[in-house]
Each structure stands twice: as C-alpha cells, then as structure tokens.
Write a protein that binds this ligand. Structure first.
Ligand SMILES: [Zn+2]
Length: 385
C-alpha cells in the first residue's frame, strides 16, 4: 500500500511513514493521553528534515527558548527530579578561554551559568539559535565545559538547579563555581589550569555582563507554514491537501533561502508582526502558562492564530478557497495546550471559548478544569531563606 506525504506530496510505501507531531515535542507537543496534533501521513524523510530545519530553529529561537523557561518556572511542581529549561543571554564578548567563546545562561533561580566552547559551525540561511544548532546533529562539535554558580540558598531548589544544568549541557563537563562538587558524574573538581578563570568568574558575580544576543526576525516563518498546513489537514476537508493554498504553505516550509521565501505570496504577520493588531487578538486568545491555536474564519479566508508561551503570537492564512472547509467550519475552533500538564483541550468552538473568557456567568467545563489544574502548579518555595 502507498500514501501521499502531507509535507512533500510524494507517493510513498506505507512503511516509509512515521508519526509526526504538528506541535513539536520541544514546545509541549508530547501530550499525555489526548494528542490532537499527531498525524501519520508524513514520510520519515520529511519528518526528519522538518525536525532539523523547521521545528529545531523555532524551538531553539531566543524568543521561544526564554519564554518557555519563564512559563516552565512559573508552572512546575518542584521535586528532587524537576528539570527546567534555562534562559539564554547570548555570548559574553570580552570573555574567552583560549579558542573557546563563552555563552551565558541563567538557571531556575537566577543562577549564573557560563558555557565555554569553540564556536559552532555557522549554518547558511538558518536563523540564529540558542545553544547547539540542531543541524550539527552527528557532526563533531566542541561540547566544552560549564561553570555553574548557584544563586538560591534554599536547598529545596538545589536539585532543580543541578539537574536542569546537567540536562541542558548533557555532553559537557560541569564545575560548580560556588560550593563543593556535587556527587554526580558530570560534575568534576576544578582543574589547576582553570583556577584563574574560576577566580575571574567569581569576581563577576552580582555584576552586569556585557553579552550580546542574536535574534533572527525570520526565526519562525517556516514553522508557521508547517503548522498551518498540519492544522489545515486535520480540520479541513481532505481536498485541502491537494489545494493551491496547501501547495503555497508547502513551498513556504521548504524554501530555505530567506529572500526566495519572502517573495512567496503567503499572507500573515509573523511573530514579530504589528504589535497593535496582535495585542487585540492576544487579549481574546492568549492562554496564560501555555499555547493557544485558533482557526478563524474571516469572510473567504481561513486564518490560523497561534500564541506560544503567552507572548509569541502570529497569524497566517491557511486557505482562501472556501470549498475546502465547506460544512466543516462555522466561525472557528480553538485549541489550548498546557505543557506543564502535558495536556491539550480542543477543538472548542470559537464562540464557546470567547464566552468562557468574557461572560462571567458562562463556563466551559473543559477550560475550567484546566484552569483549576494549572493553579496547583504556581505555589513555589522562596529562592532565599
Ligand atoms: Zn514527505
């Protein structure tokens, strides 16, 4: 048997297909029981390539990485095994060790983390990303070493600080800059040749650092095309997959060169689009502590609004060919995703969602339950005792 791949439109044998997460796992797409964003008509090759070149740069963009870290910190259950994402603050320009540059990160309680490594290979046409580029997968890179200075004096936070650092720098040697070496394999005693650097870093604690962050304005446009195509395939008539609108989104997701991509007639705002327009949408659709994905009908167009981690929002056109959603779409549909709970809710009718939001006497049971569950995740021990 054969199938047509949603992303490349090629006909391939069944065994060349694998499960694809339209919402990538790195932004909370590994949902526990109910996953409305999982599809199985994407070929293994597309799945792999889109992970490296489309999802990867999106997940590892400065915006997504850092707001993900903010939200994860706010909504977590602190245990001895909690792993939280770190916040990235770019390269410290005047700090080097031999050939190694220094990248600066913050841990869960504002812990300062210095990662020294040889520069990663530059990827042409790829937006700047946080940490190791996904495209260096399987290539030789210098994993370097890390100095961690723990900020919180509350032992309740220490496992989360230690394990979050280990998780973010899996292949690097880690030194604890302020305190005794933890009894964990990845931590080592600071060697003699790093003692001077150690002193220098110690003297920098509590001071501002001269760091620079690279931000790519095109960091998410390919991802948005992929998301719109995927959501369209889930929510519209099957004929959508063969439509001109779907072809345009395919072109958008696979055109690597930024200038070529800009020439495509794809309608939308991008994540750095008009702030006033977006603020309007955000006030209705933003979901604190998570993502919202909204399909909206406006006249003859069907658009996708998405908001990740409360602040990264964009609109992209899915289709302007109404025959492909005839009978399927009245006003629109809403999904809410809460990474902290590994949970998604939806599709909920747009009117239902808005009523829940603005009508005090109206309640949608699914959304109410989600809000109640989220509240339990916001009580944390203090950083300082
Ligand atoms: Zn394919």
């Amino acid at each position: 048997m054969t199938k047509i791949c949603l992303y490349c439109k090629k006909e391939k044998p069944d065994n060349e297909f694998s499960q694809e997460h339209i919402l990538p796992r790195g932004v909370g797409g590994n949902l526990d029981t109910y996953n409305p964003f999982s599809i199985n008509d994407v070929c293994g090759r597309c799945n792999n390539l889109s992970g490296l070149f489309i999802d990867g740069p999106f997940i590892k963009s400065w915006f997504i990485n850092n707001y993900r870290a903010d939200v994860a910190k706010k909504y977590c259950h602190l245990t001895d095994k909690t792993v939280l994402p770190l916040t990235y603050f770019g390269e410290i320009k005047d700090l080097k060790f031999g050939d190694k540059i220094c990248e600066f990160w913050l841990g869960p309680t504002g812990d300062t983390i210095y990662h020294f490594h040889e520069p990663y290979p530059e990827e042409l046409d790829s937006p700047p990303i946080v940490g190791v580029p996904p495209t260096t997968y399987n290539k030789e890179i210098d994993n370097g070493f890390v100095f961690l200075f723990v900020r919180s004096n509350n032992p309740a936070w220490h496992p989360a600080i230690i394990f979050s650092t280990i998780s973010n720098f899996k292949k690097s040697v880690i030194y604890l800059g302020n305190g005794d070496k933890p009894a964990l394999d990845q931590f080592q005693v600071i060697p003699e040749n790093l003692s001077e650097l150690h002193l220098q870093l110690k003297s920098m604690q509590g001071k501002t650092h001269n760091n620079t962050v690279k931000i790519g304005i095109n960091y998410a446009d390919r991802f948005l095309c992929k998301l719109a195509l995927g959501i369209g395939s889930l929510m519209l008539n099957p004929s959508f997959k063969e439509s001109k609108s779907a072809d345009l989104l395919r072109q958008g997701m696979w055109t690597k060169n930024i200038r070529d991509r800009e020439k495509l007639p794809i309608r939308g705002t991008g994540f750095l689009g008009n702030k006033d327009t977006m603020a309007n949408f955000d006030s209705f659709f933003k979901w604190s502590g998570g993502h919202s994905i909204v399909i909206m009908k406006t006249g003859k167009q069907l658009a996708l609004y998405s908001n990740f981690y409360e602040v990264n929002s964009a609109v992209i056109q899915i289709s302007d060919e109404p025959e492909h959603w005839e009978g399927k779409m009245t006003e629109g549909k809403v999904f809410v995703v809460v990474p902290a709970l590994s949970k998604a809710v939806g599709p909920i009718d747009l009117a239902e969602f808005i009523a829940h939001r603005i009508e005090p006497s109206y309640t949608n049971e699914q959304l109410k339950k989600l809000e109640e569950e989220m509240e339990q995740f916001t009580k944390h021990p203090p950083f300082d005792i």
